[in-house]
Ligand binder design. Structure first.
Ligand code: ZN
Length: 258
């Protein structure tokens, strides 16, 4: 090897080593991105709200689809240009597939609310909980063409078994910041005031579009809640959109649950 070639080779090696050390430094000392932190830290977390500086809110409806209420709620949401998230019961989906298709067509998100909506899922065995989630998931996949990673346990009941089954099945357990339905809010107006009172940026609102005949109150409260919050500068997003906006891992905050 000539002296020149040897020199070139030495320079090349030095350059190579500098790049290698620089890359190692970046790998060792750089902070992970926010997204990285979120994804990693969200395990072992029940989501009650999503920490964000943006004035955003996620409106969610449980227990549908129900022909008495869901279509009217869908029309209200369309009129006001709001996308929401519907946590559906698998059995109800099978009974009212057209409503499910309407929910999808209008751009709303769908979450798993179990197959039969057991009254006390915490009393169920691990196998029963798995069946509840998987049977509902099958219906969701069949009707929407994709799976969901959102799970809301019936009545917000989450013990260790329910939570770990949800985690193992690839779900994020989503509860809520404020429930519009509450014994201290007997009218649609009172429900809207209740939501306003407990709301915060990144908050999740629970309302219902099924099961009880009293859900007409949720139907009437929906535009009131939306308009009041819009006046406060809020804009509405779906739960998947909200999760993407987190600037740090979600922490717990509850208004006293249901
Ligand atoms: Zn429910």
């Amino acid at each position: 090897m000539s002296i020149n070639r040897q020199k070139n080779y030495a320079w090349f090696r030095m350059g190579f080593e500098i790049v290698l050390v620089a890359l190692l430094g970046v790998a060792l000392f750089s902070k992970p991105t926010e997204r990285h932190i979120n994804k990693a830290s969200w395990h072992n977390q029940v989501v009650y709200f999503v920490p964000t500086d943006q004035k955003v809110a996620a409106l969610t409806f449980d227990d549908g689809p129900d022909p008495r209420f869901t279509p009217t709620i869908l029309n209200e949401l369309d009129k006001l240009g709001v996308k929401a998230t519907f946590f559906m019961i698998g059995k109800q989906m099978e009974e009212y597939p057209d409503i499910v298709q309407d929910v999808i067509k209008r751009g709303h998100a769908i979450g798993n609310h179990t197959y039969t909506h057991p009254h006390d899922i915490e009393a169920d065995t691990r196998t029963q909980v798995i069946t509840e989630l998987e049977e509902c998931e099958k219906v969701i996949e069949k009707m929407t063409g994709s799976r969901t990673y959102l799970f809301r346990p019936p009545r917000g009941l989450v013990d260790g078994t329910v939570f770990t089954v949800a985690e193992d099945e690839g779900y994020r357990t989503i509860l809520w910041t404020v429930c519009a339905d509450h014994h201290d809010a007997p009218t649609p107006q009172a429900m809207a005031i209740r939501v306003l009172h407990h709301m915060r940026p990144g908050g999740i609102i629970l309302a219902h579009d099924g099961t009880f005949s009293s859900r007409w109150k949720d139907v009437e409260a929906t535009p009131l809640i939306i308009n009041e919050l819009k006046e406060q500068g809020y804009r509405f997003v779906t739960v998947p959109e909200l999760l993407d906006m987190a600037k740090e891992p979600p922490t717990q905050l509850a208004d006293g649950r249901r």
